[in-house]
Write a protein that binds this ligand. Structure first.
Ligand code: NDP
Length: 687
């Protein structure tokens, strides 16, 4: 049997060496062999840093985001063949969907977020500028630029596709090439997914490489330009984190390791409530999906002491009713095998330790189970890695083992508590976890628990009757939100929307004059030159409009009659605009003042060029601040300057953000805001 190929430097490669056999989780049959003896790892890293960097750097965020979307659509069409491969790891169709569809979902999310939340450029301006001199001639601005190295993934066995794509999508969007090193037991699934990706032809050269085997020397070749995203055991994470290139060489290391995630049942969530039922459903789901081999599974069910027995009964009943353990290729199987006999042995050892530390098995057993075989019959399958769901109960809630030993399989411990404060303290004994659920419909309980446990967790879920049906679930990280957790969970942070893109970028403070910051970032800064000559900027299509193109209006006087008329026509007769005495008594106003909205409306009238033209729509205002009140008899003028131009890749128009500033007759700032418009890429009358 030949080794699972790697995809290195734009070509498939496999060594002739005899590899480590990887077996079908249900039958024990050899699926593949794994070795990367002789692989040119330094060459792959260099290829990413050169070919990959150049190819990705020639694309903008929006272009890369579109490729992610295209890839997601393509992989959608190849799911069935991936499910088939995935079944060999013991995964049911449902498990495979979590892995494969979940991974594709991440691509879709970043494909969309990248175009909505990032500029159509290669540099991100981070927040507003800091004005560092009195006259405004010296500014500081944080910017993000992509890291010049490679994003290396070292992945766990449990989600060979999702684990790869959830790290790949933000790296790719940032413009950083990726090298994936999957875990050996399921490397052939990652290989099948990478093969499909390569066949799609969508990704630029060097954007993705695959090392299908141990490659223990990977980090030896990395430096401060590179990052490592690790998922797996805490012990491996600690070993890798101590690598000299991480400690001394500046390699950025993100760890996502095992954790003893808790689910707290609120004191109000007694048997018969929707919260109790939702909790039971969630616990059984987390025990059985991927046979409990999920970093986010519930390992500790922390429940009111009085509800321990009802909970165990309810979980046992649901498992008996719903769970059919067996070969995922057999009809009706709802829980598959563990990934390997070795992993099963590991889980049995951990459960043995939990029992020795006072845990009592109250559901399931460690015996070789009778399971549904591929042909639909029932029997023992000693060459497979099957285990029944197991529930333990710890009479001593403080037993150290219950909070520190993770059996990475279909295993959870039930732990009783007496007060909410005690439940919070028990959850924290996990020493830092990825996720915790609290099932409660009592806002006070929710507040107390979340305030108490938030800093120990990367994500929390408040489960109640209102969201039980719509919730994405305890165990499902979503691309929009942070995945990772402090302490034992590894201390890393993945996903979290565009945050995870910034993990692959360097934040740098750039100091200089407004003109220089405008030139460097492609965004106009107050104080930089404006262009007030030539046609009105509303007559210019995106092809002609330039950053700094501006229009400045003459002054217009505001009278008491204008203010009164505006109050009457809008119904906004707030006393500051209608009652001289009351307005004067207000500490902020000298007497009656103009409505802020009147000023903004007038400003539009002052800057607009009304004839049909390339400006298609005004879709909002941002950052509006009213600074100086305007009294009857004052005058205002407005200056509008093209600040940011974002052409859309797939539309015939783009977004233009205009800096708007209203001054009074004394040149004081009355109001400042951004006007958001859609502008055509070309316009007949200006072409
Ligand atoms: P490991 O920590 O053994 O392996 C994880 C990854 O690290 C694999 O790709 C592995 O490669 C690689 N690796 C191991 N040692 C080295 C090394 N010295 N240098 C470079 N890479 C290395 O975890 P497992 O996947 O075997 O799972 C074991 C435990 O990890 C589970 O029982 C569970 O507790 C935890 N886990 C946590 C997960 C999470 O998402 N947080 C997910 C899965 C597991 P290779 O496979 O080729 O040896």
């Amino acid at each position: 049997m030949s080794n699972v190929p790697s995809y290195l430097q734009g070509a498939w490669w496999a060594p002739d060496a005899v590899g480590v056999p990887v077996r079908d989780a249900s039958t024990g049959e050899t699926v593949a062999e794994v070795s990367v003896a002789g692989a040119d790892i330094p060459g792959a890293i260099e290829y990413a840093r050169t070919v990959g960097q150049v190819a990705l750097g020639s694309l903008t965020f929006h272009e890369r985001a579109l490729k992610l979307k295209e890839l997601a659509q393509y992989l959608n069409g190849r799911r069935e063949e991936l499910y088939e491969v995935s079944a060999r790891t013991g995964a049911t169709r449902g498990d495979s969907m979590v892995d494969i569809d979940g991974g594709i979902g991440v691509l879709f999310t970043f494909g969309s977020k990248g175009r909505r939340e990032l500029p159509n450029a290669n540099l991100v301006v981070d927040g507003p500028p800091e004005v560092l001199s009195k006259d405004g001639s010296f500014l500081g601005q944080h910017v993000y630029t992509r890291l010049p190295g490679v994003a290396v993934q070292i992945n766990a066995f449990n989600f060979p596709v999702w684990g790869m794509l959830e790290k790949f999508a933000p790296a790719f969007l940032a413009g950083v090439p990726t090298i994936v090193k999957p875990a050996t037991p399921t490397v052939y699934v990652a290989e099948a997914a990478v093969r499909a990706i390569v066949e799609s032809g969508i990704l630029p050269e060097g954007a993705l490489q695959l090392i299908s085997g141990p490659a223990r020397d990977l980090i030896d070749h990395l430096d401060y330009r590179d990052l490592v995203g690790f998922t797996g055991s805490a012990s491996t994470a600690n070993a890798l984190r101590a690598h000299p290139n991480v400690v001394h060489g500046g390699v950025r290391f993100t760890g996502e390791t095992d954790s003893l995630n808790a689910a707290i049942l609120g004191p109000d969530a007694v048997a018969g409530t929707p919260e109790f039922d939702a909790y039971v459903r969630s616990l059984v789901t987390e025990l059985t999906v991927k046979a409990g081999q999920k970093c986010t599974s519930i390992r500790r069910a922390i429940v009111p002491s009085a509800l321990v027995d009802p909970l165990i009964e309810a979980v046992t009943a649901r498992v008996a009713e719903r769970v059919v353990v067996g070969d995922p290729r057999a009809e009706g199987v709802t829980m598959g095998a563990l990934v390997s006999r070795e992993q099963k042995a590991e889980v049995l050892t951990r459960v043995g330790e939990l029992v020795a530390a006072g845990g009592e098995i109250v559901m399931g057993s460690l015996d070789e189970p009778e399971v549904r075989l591929a042909d639909g019959s029932t029997g023992l399958a000693p060459d497979g890695a099957f285990l029944q769901p197991v529930l333990l109960h710890f009479a001593d809630a403080l037993a150290q083992a219950a909070h520190s030993i993770e059996a990475f399989g279909p295993v959870s411990s039930v732990i009783g508590y007496d007060t909410v404060e005690e439940a919070v303290a028990l959850a924290a004994l996990g020493g830092g976890s990825l996720v915790a659920t609290v099932a409660t419909h009592d806002p006070d309980v929710a507040r107390t628990v979340i305030e108490g446990i938030a800093a120990h967790h990367g994500r929390t879920l408040i489960l109640d009757r209102d969201d039980a049906r719509s919730s994405t679930g305890h165990g499902s990280p979503v691309p929009h939100l942070v995945h990772g957790g402090p302490g034992r969970a590894g201390g890393g942070e993945e996903l979290g929307g565009i945050r995870s893109v910034f993990h692959h970028m360097q934040r740098t403070a750039v100091q200089g004059s407004p003109a220089m910051l405008t030139a460097v970032t492609g965004q106009w800064f107050a104080g930089a030159p404006r262009s007030l000559d030539g046609p009105h900027p509303f007559r210019k299509s995106l092809a002609e409009l330039r950053i700094g193109d501006a229009v400045a209006s003459p002054l217009r006087e505001v009278t008491l009659e204008d203010i009164t008329a505006f109050a009457n026509s809008t119904g906004d007769t707030f006393y500051a605009h209608t009652d001289e005495e009351a307005a004067a008594a207000n500490p902020f106003f000298p007497g009656i003042v103009a409505h802020g909205y009147l000023l903004v409306s007038w400003a539009a009238g002052l800057f607009v060029d009304p004839a049909p033209g390339p400006v298609l729509a005004n879709y909002g205002l941002e950052n509006l601040r009213f600074v100086t009140p305007v009294s009857p008899g004052d005058s205002i003028r407005v200056t509008l300057t093209a600040k940011k131009i974002t052409p859309r890749e797939t539309d015939e128009y783009g977004e233009v953000c205009w800096d708007a500033i209203i001054h009074n007759q004394d040149d004081e700032i009355v109001a400042a805001y951004d006007v958001l418009t859609l502008v055509a890429k070309t316009w007949p009358t200006t072409a």
